[in-house]
Design a protein around this ligand. Sequence first.
Ligand SMILES: NC(=O)c1ccc[n+]([C@@H]2O[C@H](COP(=O)([O-])OP(=O)(O)OC[C@H]3O[C@@H](n4cnc5c(N)ncnc54)[C@H](O)[C@@H]3O)[C@@H](O)[C@H]2O)c1
Ligand SMILES: [Zn+2]
Ligand SMILES: [Zn+2]
Length: 350
Amino acid sequence: MRAVVFERFGEPAQVRDVPDPAPAPHGVTVRVEATGLCRSDWHGWQGHDPDITLPHVPGHELAGVVEAVGDRVTGWRPGDRVTVPFVCACGSCGACAAGDQQVCERQTQPGFTHRGSFAQYVALDHADVNLVAVPEEMSFATAASLGCRFATAFRAVVRQGRVAAGEWVAVHGCGGVGLSAVMIAAASGARVVAVDVSPRALDLARKFGAAECLDVSGVPDTAAAVRDLTGGGAHLSLDALGSPVTCAASVGSLRRRGRHVQVGLLPSESGTTPVPMARAIALELEILGSHGMAAHDYPPMLELVRSGVLRPDLLVTSTIPLDGVPDALEAMGAAPGAGVTVIDPWSRTR
Ligand SMILES: NC(=O)c1ccc[n+]([C@@H]2O[C@H](COP(=O)([O-])OP(=O)(O)OC[C@H]3O[C@@H](n4cnc5c(N)ncnc54)[C@H](O)[C@@H]3O)[C@@H](O)[C@H]2O)c1
Ligand SMILES: [Zn+2]
Ligand SMILES: [Zn+2]
């Protein structure tokens, strides 16, 4: 099969032939029909993820058709249309027993712990625990975003962030995760302040329901600007980029007893960043993390998509072939994109 491969961190990736994957006894292989380019792929390529061994095939946000099934899989057959949370849980550890598959103790992640979906086929573990059926009427490009950024934003806003109607929600960074969060928070009845440095990203945020759009290029104090716009601060604020600047701005954006949710990965292997803890104490802030979303939590989100309340299809702004991935990864380090880029691994052969 054809796949995107990198041999060294940060050096140009290549597209070449590699052996097809085989399913584990508890796993499946999926023919990848669409796979999203997420900033986590860029972090992996830059060497920020200690799970990656070289050479490596990135890609973790995918949808496709089950191709082959391991002997121990009971719930899935070749031909099934599926997506998968990028955190593939084991189904049997303490976290899984508690229903917290998104933080499984023995998780695997395509595109990080093993070869991923920037390829024509991908192997996925523990299929009975992790696969999610994609409805017939949903396109694969739309379904791909449910494998990572849209589902991650859903959990970050609804479950970890506990959004409520009428609250102010600040979203720092309006890329794939942030725009999804804007749409989900607005659909929950919140008033959203979208924060970005890209006018194109903010145009999309407005289209997806943001009440206020704040271009912070050249703004000396983003947190103060958000507090001004929201009459004292947001109830909930997300760092949906992942940087020392956006993390501190998000925490600084909050009113008393507000909730900060860190979704963006920090640009280093340690993932550490300074947080203004004096403010967290004095204002009784909550500092939370959010990590993907378990397969069993998908049905309420899928129902909101089915009924048209949530429109992940609108997030997709471009589709590229596998050959376009090396340059697209490179571009993520420089200028910001806008919306979600989806890869079609079969576009040369269709
Ligand atoms: N926690 C999880 O489970 C999880 C899941 C998916 C992605 N992520 C992480 O979430 C982050 C976002 O991913 P993405 O694919 O949406 O990224 P993206 O590249 O699509 O979007 C990032 C956005 O941030 C904006 N930005 C840049 N500098 C800014 C600044 N100073 N202030 C405000 N905005 C700024 C960019 O213009 C862009 O619109 C990444 O770190 C990714 O690794 C985490
Ligand atoms: Zn587990
Ligand atoms: Zn992702």
